[in-house]
Design a protein around this ligand. Structure first.
Ligand SMILES: Nc1ncnc2c1ncn2[C@@H]1O[C@H](COP(=O)(O)OP(=O)(O)OP(=O)(O)O)[C@@H](O)[C@H]1O
Ligand SMILES: [Mg+2]
Length: 294
């Protein structure tokens, strides 16, 4: 064997396969009640239908949003994994169409107080989760609470939900402004995409984006993209009451069609996102580092 072939073989055998990581999409908003949980659940289902393995993580400690929407009650949550020896498999509950669901429980608030063993257990489990799924959708609470901003700052891809209500737009701007001031937030690491929900027309949605984008460009060092719109559609409220996601119960409703299209758009722009994709275990490491450095 000549030297060049030998060298090639060595390089081949020592090349580490890039580890597979999940695409993490964090859904947030400035104001509460604008449709984050409805969008998270339905995007998850539609991405699943497009062949992705999807898990939703409920990071809203207040109300058990996703549980209520799906009408399922998980037996264990992230806190049970960290503190009570449960495994990843125990805390993923099956939802409709084969999506998975993880409830954060108090696990996310407790991240600052973990022992070394608990941190190792958590990071091993999240590493495993990264291998196991393609997409993780994180449904956060609303507003400029530190807990929400830390999640957003640690994320690579964020969906910012806004409605035509003036306070929704000003609160979205307030969230971005506070994010802009955070020392652990690096604008180039986070792709922020705005969704206009409950709009009267796609034009209205684009106008909301333009309005927000003008002030963001003028005053902040952040870039926001426009993903698309979801119309005002009472079928969504009906589906929430029936605890059956709108894209399953009413696939032909205007809101279902819009969300299905948004899922397709997200699914198609993986080329850009692939580069910035760092996975759920990195997101949590960033989060823990940010919390501890305070
Ligand atoms: N496009 C829409 N058309 C009509 N109603 C909608 C639409 N989107 C959401 N809603 C309604 O708004 C209410 C709030 O939605 P949802 O719970 O998804 O918001 P959220 O942002 O997750 O709220 P929270 O901040 O409390 O977690 C629900 O009752 C839902 O039916
Ligand atoms: Mg919610």
């Amino acid at each position: 064997m000549d030297q060049a072939t030998q060298l090639r073989n060595i390089i081949k055998s020592t090349t580490v396969q890039p580890r597979s990581v999940a695409r993490v999409i964090t859904v947030t908003s400035g104001k509460g009640g604008v449709g984050k949980s409805s969008i998270s659940v339905n995007l998850a289902i539609q991405l699943r239908k497009l062949g992705k393995r999807v898990v939703i993580m409920d990071a809203d400690f207040g109300l058990a949003n996703i549980e209520v929407m799906l009408g399922i009650r998980p037996q264990y949550n992230l806190a049970d994994l960290i503190f009570k020896g449960r495994n990843l498999r125990d805390i993923i509950t099956s939802g409709p169409e084969g999506i998975g669901f993880i409830s954060g429980g108090s696990g996310i608030q407790e991240l600052t107080n973990l022992t070394k063993d608990q941190l190792i257990k958590l990071s091993q489990s999240l590493y495993e989760l990264d291998q196991y799924v393609d997409v993780i959708i994180i449904d956060t609470g609303a507003g400029i609470a530190d807990s929400v901003l830390e999640f957003v700052a640690a994320s690579n891809e964020v969906l910012l939900v806004v409605t035509p209500e003036p306070t929704s737009i000003t609160d979205a701007y307030a969230l971005l402004k506070t994010l802009n001031k955070k020392t652990d937030f690096l604008a180039e690491n986070t792709l922020i995409k705005m969704i206009a929900n409950r709009v009267g027309s796609p034009t209205e949605g684009k106008e909301i984006f333009d309005k927000l984008n003008v002030v963001v460009n003028k005053f902040l060092n952040i870039k926001v993209e426009f993903l698309g719109t979801i119309p005002q559609d009472n079928t969504i409220s009906r589906a929430v009451i029936q605890q059956n996601p709108v894209t399953l119960g009413y696939p032909n409703a205007p809101s279902s069609k819009a969300i299905t299209e948004l899922a397709m758009m997200l699914n198609n722009n993986t080329v850009i996102d692939q580069q910035s994709k760092k996975g759920i275990s990195t997101l949590f490491s960033n989060l823990i580092r940010a919390k501890r450095s305070k």
